[in-house]
Write a protein that binds this ligand. Structure first.
Ligand SMILES: NC(=O)C1=CN([C@@H]2O[C@H](COP(=O)(O)OP(=O)(O)OC[C@H]3O[C@@H](n4cnc5c(N)ncnc54)[C@H](OP(=O)(O)O)[C@@H]3O)[C@@H](O)[C@H]2O)C=CC1
Ligand SMILES: CC(C)CCC[C@@H](C)[C@H]1CC[C@H]2C3=C(CC[C@]12C)[C@@]1(C)CCC(=O)C[C@@H]1CC3
Length: 334
């Protein structure tokens, strides 16, 4: 039986590279590209079909940052498929990023330099805003939209005793200190990206606790530092061109500079070929590239408080009720 795989944010960067790698791994795959921009989705589909002529590739309109779009996309998926084997939750944003140049130069001459390059700790802030659902945009896109999608797709995930898998594209930038359980949307702070990624790590753990017995398994990965639209948005393009040789040089000394989307998708691909029984719910699976360019995946234990992950899960369920109520009231008003 062919596997049904859905990838969010599949039209560029790591998501697109993952699709390419999955089709190379399994040509029988039924791959669904879930994207917010259908023109870009079409282009991605055409690009994939040039190297995989007979591939079965579906498109789905999905804006994970919009409650209404997530609900409509889930309805469409339930009409199209009777199960989903792999749900790759990869779409993500980092709006209005700011690099603290002073901290960068200070870090360059400190003993923390390797960690700084691997995690961007203390270097990056973002400016977030409210979306049309009244939610913080980064939280809504990187976490809550995906949570709602999982909730909606429960009937397609592990039906009839089969197992299904969820894989989150998290980040080394996920940091406990950026997250507050009192402010899960990160309304008051300058690190919404870091907060949303830490929340996805916690949610994955909570999902495993609640859903493993039903055959649903969740994992998180970190792709390393990859040159994509997201990273190109952090610094002006001339700066990237200028420092690119330095980036390739740094790569010799740190295995976290995976740099290409193909390399960054290593852990996502690796998880596709693993058995669910071998997975560690507390591990984050890192895509790494050696100085000689060899790709490999390494699990690292996450710094997560079980109790806090449980509270986050309850808060997300509460918020789900609120947005569903708002949505149904909105539909009645129309
Ligand atoms: N690049 C890196 O170094 C790292 C990236 N990551 C994570 O990897 C993931 C992929 O990012 P990356 O490939 O780097 O960057 P890209 O910007 O290339 O890819 C992001 C993808 O997400 C899609 N997307 C964004 N917002 C939405 C939305 N509201 N609804 C649906 N799709 C959306 C984008 O679509 P569109 O083209 O329409 O914008 C795009 O396809 C993200 O979750 C990111 O946080 C994690 C660690 C490091
Ligand atoms: C060569 C240097 C003089 C300049 C590069 C410094 C920074 C721009 C980068 C150092 C660590 C990077 C990093 C990310 C973005 C670019 C850096 C801050 C990410 C935050 C990108 C998105 C992620 O999810 C994690 C990355 C961690 C490392």
């Amino acid at each position: 039986m062919e596997k049904v795989v859905l990838v969010t944010g599949a039209n560029s960067g790591i998501g697109l590279a993952l699709c390419e790698r999955l089709l190379t791994e399994d040509s029988q795959l039924l791959l669904c590209l879930a994207c917010r921009n259908m023109k870009r989705a079409e282009d991605a589909r055409s690009a994939l079909l040039t190297s995989h002529i007979n591939a079965h590739i579906d498109l789905l309109h999905l804006d994970v940052g919009s409650v209404q779009s997530v609900l409509a996309a889930a309805q469409e998926l339930k009409a199209r498929y009777n199960r989903i084997d792999f749900l790759y939750l990869n779409a993500g944003i980092m709006p209005n990023p700011q690099v603290d140049v002073k901290a960068l130069f200070k870090g360059l001459f400190s003993r923390n330099v390797i960690n700084m390059f691997a995690t961007a700790e203390g270097l990056l802030t973002q400016q977030d805003r409210l979306n049309s659902d009244g939610l913080q945009e980064v939280f809504a896109t990187n976490l809550f939209g995906h949570f709602l999608l999982i909730r909606e797709l429960e009937p397609l995930l592990c039906p009839g005793g089969q197992t299904s898998r969820i894989v989150w594209t998290s980040s080394s930038n996920a940091r406990r200190s950026a997250f507050s359980i009192e402010d899960i949307q990160h309304r008051n702070g300058m690190e919404p990206y870091s907060s949303s990624k830490y929340a996805s790590d916690m949610l994955s753990l909570a999902l495993n606790r609640h859903k493993n017995s039903q055959g649903l398994f969740s994992s998180v990965i970190c792709p390393g530092l990859v040159m994509t639209n997201l990273t190109y948005g952090i610094l002006p393009s001339f700066f990237w061109t200028l420092i690119m040789p330095i980036m390739w040089l740094i790569r010799i000394f740190t295995n976290t500079f995976t740099l290409t989307p193909y390399n960054g998708a290593e852990a996502l691909h690796w998880l596709f070929v693993q058995n669910s029984e071998s997975l560690d719910p507390r591990a984050k699976y890192h895509s790494l590239t050696s100085g000689l360019g060899k790709n490999y995946t390494q699990p690292q234990q996450m710094d997560i408080d079980e109790q806090m992950s449980e509270i986050l899960y309850s808060k997300l369920l509460e918020l789900e009720k609120v947005v569903r109520k708002k949505q149904s009231e909105g539909n009645v008003d129309k």
